[in-house]
Design a protein around this ligand. Structure first.
Ligand SMILES: [Zn+2]
Length: 273
């Protein structure tokens, strides 16, 4: 087995080994997260640490099928800026930066790319990055949040109603992966301001809205981390990894079909969007 078949970390390969990885058509994963306050009990790296940890475990399970890029450790975060340490990236800059990464990967000949997000507010942005990459290159780019793959398992074991931020699920995952960095004695339950149709933290199913967190929370938590445990974390971490391993196969097999052109007259092929 060549190095490119056994190494799943993108930047641990040399350029000749990268040629091998391209011929294997490994799926390239880009974890995205944030540097953002996560209450008094979790470190600021929570989102990026969790999304990268899930991707690296996928890499360990199927090293011959994926390459994991170094993660994006920053995201859209101005709404958390009242809490010390949070770093905010403007959405246009985030999209442009990620797009430069995905287009570079596509340029080298990788046909499939997957963004794996761990920070909710990056959701609409990675969707656009994936779309733009697919529409502007010959490769296909997909976007997902690792949490989507663990909800079913989490539903069976959860003890709190709200899953949002620094809550039962994120704290459980962190407790499973690095318990020494979680200060459970400082964990407290937090709630957002709820109306009939609106909530301060986009948890309403009717209206999209996210306020400055400093307006409704002095804790920085949304959900209940006090019921988190390493055991729950182990179960939902496995669910996220297994779901993604399955997705890897589906995406690697996903066809890149020829586009059909339905025009009867010539189109203006030189237009650049
Ligand atoms: Zn988080």
């Amino acid at each position: 087995m060549g190095k490119a078949e056994s190494e799943y970390r993108y930047n641990r390969l040399t350029w000749p080994e990268m040629n091998e990885a391209i011929s294997l058509q490994k799926l390239v994963l880009l974890p995205t997260g944030s540097t953002e306050q996560h209450g008094r009990h979790l470190p600021l790296d929570t989102d990026v640490f969790l999304s990268e940890a899930v991707c690296l475990e996928v890499g360990r399970r199927v090293p011959d099928k994926v390459l994991v890029l170094p993660p994006i450790a920053y995201g859209l975060n101005l709404h958390h800026i009242d809490f010390p340490g949070t770093v905010h990236i403007e959405p246009e800059i985030f999209i442009a930066f990620c797009l430069n990464i995905t287009k570079s990967v596509a340029y080298h000949g990788f046909e499939k790319i997957l963004l794996v997000n761990g920070h909710g507010s990056n959701g609409p942005l990675i969707d656009l990055v994936a779309r733009k990459t697919t529409l502007q290159t010959s490769s296909l780019c997909f976007a997902c949040g690792y949490a989507s793959f663990l909800w079913d398992k989490f539903a069976e074991i959860r003890e709190s109603a709200v899953a949002a931020h620094a809550d039962e699920f994120e704290t459980s995952l962190y407790l499973h992966l690095a318990p020494d960095r979680v200060q459970m004695d400082k964990a407290e339950k937090g709630d957002d301001r709820m109306g009939t149709y609106v909530s301060s933290d986009s948890t309403s199913r009717f209206v999209r809205f996210n306020d400055y967190w400093g307006r409704w929370s002095q804790l920085g938590v949304h959900g209940d981390p006090t019921v988190a445990s390493a055991e729950k974390g182990e179960i939902i971490f496995a669910a996220a990894v297994e779901g993604l391993v399955d997705l890897v196969d589906e995406l690697r097999e996903w066809p890149i079909a020829e586009r059909a052109d339905m025009h009867e007259q010539p189109v203006q092929n030189d237009i650049r969007w």
